[in-house]
Each structure stands twice: as structure tokens, then as C-alpha cells.
Design a protein around this ligand. Structure first.
Ligand SMILES: Nc1ncnc2c1ncn2[C@@H]1O[C@H](COP(=O)(O)OP(=O)(O)OP(=O)(O)O)[C@@H](O)[C@H]1O
Ligand SMILES: [Mg+2]
Length: 390
């Protein structure tokens, strides 16, 4: 069956014209000529894509976009904003409201067709990954800070929430027994993974792991650590952490691990098991120097091209930072994302016990995290596709 596109515009001529262009390209078309009607139709019909005009009398397109993004039933539908203006401000406002792309009027039929096809293909790829890709093997993503306090846990929580926004069903694991902070950040009682880590590898069963999951209001399944000396100092059987990772992978969902820093005793064993490793740095010279020593070791641990994704978190806007291209030069690696400072938002989200990307989906930092998450997904997809081909 062909894909369904909802076109929203208060101008009937424009509706007809766009509708015709889309029908010629083989899509089913549905139309709405006002903001409220657009929301009602999007919820009832679940189109595969929405083309949304900005200037409408009852509710402007940005507001419609924000409301669609705030509703779990419609938040994943790709949206192209459509505007008569060509001002850069409009573009920014559109992206901030959660639009995926934009088009200016009058639109050339070819451009419309290309933009629509690109977004639909992207979504189809995400859904293929969501349904488990080629097999029932889940993917493992590790988050590791080059040192403490860089924002690693915040990033892990938010990439997990971003995946959830993209209709995935991720599990987020706090692999830092004794210094776990996910529970505190999401405002839930910790139920510690230490109990599992203390078991013999042979005693672990999927069911036992799942019984430890905490289901959070954000939609995430969590496997937590608590903060206590006793847990931090305990000696865990070395192969158990690895067994936990492997069992979790069998669940067929994306599994995200907060690995803390290299000081975490579990960090090194577990990082080898990661299909993707997100390494967090800041733009301070001393951090970059430590990263320069550590990255080759991480690369040697599992030599899969593109396994390591380098992310810079800028927690503060002041100070003297190394330029990103200099960091890339020193480390011989691309920076995959730069997360901007958002101290107020980080604080507010924590007070609400919610990930930033869910608490404030329209914020710039949320857009950056969504983009990074898409990049990670694309990488995972490629990885699976090559395996199928090979
Ligand atoms: N982009 C950001 N802008 C501003 N503040 C941030 C940002 N990211 C994280 N923070 C804040 O920085 C602090 C440390 O963050 P977080 O706990 O995620 O770091 P960490 O690297 O996991 O630290 P630890 O080494 O203690 O585990 C928190 O108060 C968090 O809210
Ligand atoms: Mg942390």
C-alpha cells in the first residue's frame, strides 16, 4: 500500500496543487485546512508524513508541530514545514518546534518529491531497525567519560529517551555500582544491579535480569545502580558483567550502558562488548590529552571501524576552549556531535525526574541529541546491512 501524506494549508489552491503533485508520485493524500483539524487528522489517521503550512489563522504551524511532538501517538511522524517566507529565523523556529525539514513556497515538484522520499526512506530505515533489524540481536551502546563530571550520564539518559521518541524500546543500564546516578537523575528508588553482578555468570537468566528492571514514567526500562561504599568496594566475578551484557543483548532491544569512567572496575571489560562506544570529552586541553592516550586502547580492544563515536559536551559557555577542528586533529578522529551548554534545562529536567529531550523536546540541546541518536542509528543499520550482505 502506498504511503499516506497529510497536507495542511489554509489556502485551498495550495492544498490542491500539493495534493496533485503527491498523488502523481503515487502517495495517498489527506488534507486539512486548519491547525486543530490537522492535529485531529494526524491522531486519527496516523499518516506517514505531514506537510505543514506555517501561516494559518487558528493555530500557526509551529504550534501544531509542537503539539504533535508532545503527543506520544504522533511524535514520530516526520514533518516538513511549509512557508512562504524564506527568512532564516523561520527555519530555526521550525526546527526548534520539532520539524524534520522545511520547504519554501512556491515549491518545485521535483524538490517536493525528493524531500518527501528522503524523509520517508529515513523513517523506513528506523522502523526496520526498530523491528530488530536482521535478527533478534539487540545492539549495545556504551557511554564512557574520559574523566568524571563531563555529562556522560546525562547523555546516556537522553540518547535512550531520544530512541524512545523514535519508537524504539531501549533499556538503560547503570554499570556504575556504588556510584550510580541515573536513579537520582530520574527520581526513582535504585534497585541495584550489584545483586546481579555478585552472582556467578552461570546463574544469570534473562528472566532474572528483567525482574530487576524499573519501568520509568518516561517509557524507559532501567537497570540501576545505587550509590554506596559497600557496592563500590565489593569484588564482583569478572565474567559476570560480560554475561549480563550478553544476556541483555538477546532481548533484541537497544541496550545502553552508562560505563562511567575508566576508573570504574567494570568499564574495561564491558566496553569491549559494545557495538558502539560513545566517548565523552569536553573541549579542555587536559581532557583531550587524556583522550589521546586512551582512544588507541579503546580502538585496539575491538577493531570495528566506526565503533567509537566522539562527542564533546560543553557544560559551560565561558572559558577558553580548544577549537573543534584542533581537537579532531590531535585525536585523529571526527567529532560526531557537540552538545551545547544548558545548565538551567539540565537542572529543571532533573527536578522533574525526566530526560531533557522529553521534558523540553523543542530545546536546541534536544535537537542535537536527536541528531546524534539518528547518526548512531544509521551506523547500527549499516553495520547490520553489511553483515547481511556478507
Ligand atoms: N549540556 C549540559 N549543560 C549544562 N549542564 C550539564 C550538561 N550536561 C550535564 N550537565 C550537568 O552536569 C552535571 C554532571 O552531569 P553528569 O552526572 O551527567 O556527568 P557524569 O560525567 O556522568 O558525572 P560522574 O562522573 O559524576 O558520573 C549534572 O549536574 C548535569 O545536570
Ligand atoms: Mg555519571
Amino acid at each position: 500500500m502506498s504511503e499516506k501524506i497529510l497536507v495542511v494549508d489554509d489556502d485551498i489552491d495550495s492544498l490542491k496543487l500539493i495534493g496533485l503533485m503527491l498523488q502523481r508520485n503515487g502517495y495517498q493524500v489527506s488534507a486539512a485546512n486548519a491547525g486543530y483539524q490537522a492535529i485531529a487528522k494526524a491522531t486519527a489517521e496516523r499518516p506517514d508524513l505531514i506537510i505543514l503550512d506555517v501561516m494559518m489563522p487558528d493555530m500557526n504551524g509551529y504550534e501544531v508541530c509542537k503539539r504533535l511532538r508532545a503527543n506520544s501517538e504522533t511524535q514520530h511522524i516526520p514533518i516538513i514545514m511549509f512557508t512562504a517566507k524564506t527568512l532564516i529565523d523561520d527555519k530555526v523556529a521550525g526546527f526548534e518546534a520539532g520539524a524534520d525539514d522545511y520547504l519554501t513556497k512556491p515549491t518545485h515538484p521535483t524538490e517536493l518529491a525528493v524531500r518527501v522520499r528522503t524523509l520517508l526512506n529515513k523513517r523506513a530505515a528506523l522502523q526496520r531497525t526498530a523491528s530488530g533489524g536482521r535478527s533478534n540481536q539487540g545492539v549495545t551502546l556504551g557511554f564512557m567519560g574520559i574523566k568524571g563530571g563531563l555529562g556522560t550520564t546525562t547523555l546516556a539518559i537522553n540518547v535512550a529517551a531520544a530512541l524512545h521518541r523514535m519508537e524504539r524500546n531501549p533499556v538503560l543500564v547503570d554499570m556504575c555500582p556504588g556510584s550510580g546516578s541515573i536513579a537520582a537523575m530520574l527520581n526513582v528508588q535504585p534497585r541495584s544491579i550489584a545483586e546481579l553482578l555478585a552472582k556467578r555468570a552461570s546463574e544469570l537468566r534473562q528472566r532474572v535480569l528483567e525482574d530487576q528492571f524499573v519501568h520509568h514514567q518516561s517509557g524507559l526500562s532501567l537497570l540501576l545502580s545505587s550509590a554506596s561504599f559497600r557496592e563500590a568496594q565489593q569484588n564482583y566475578p569478572p565474567e559476570t558483567a560480560v554475561a549480563i551484557v550478553r544476556q541483555l543483548r538477546e532481548l533484541g532491544q537497544p541496550i545502553l550502558f552508562d560505563l562511567g569512567t575508566p576508573l570504574n572496575p567494570n568499564c574495561n571489560q564491558v566496553q569491549r562488548e559494545m557495538d558502539l562506544l560513545v566517548v565523552v570529552i569536553d573541549a579542555i586541553r587536559s581532557t583531550v590529552d587524556i583522550a589521546r592516550q586512551l582512544l588507541p586502547q579503546l580502538e585496539a580492544a575491538r577493531a570495528v571501524p566506526g565503533r567509537i563515536h566522539l562527542v564533546v559536551v560543553n557544560r559551560t559557555s565561558g572559558g577558553i576552549f580548544m577549537p573543534w577542528h584542533e581537537i579532531e586533529q590531535v585525536l585523529g578522529m571526527d567529532i560526531r556531535a557537540i552538545i551545547p551548554p544548558a545548565p538551567e534545562l539540565a537542572h529543571q529536567a532533573m527536578a522533574a525526574g525526566m530526560p531533557i529531550v522529553k521534558h523540553q523536546p523543542s530545546a536546541i540541546i534536544s535537537a542535537q541529541i536527536m541528531k546524534l541518536t539518528e547518526d548512531l542509528q544509521t551506523h547500527v543499520q549499516k553495520h547490520w546491512d553489511t553483515e547481511v550482505a556478507g
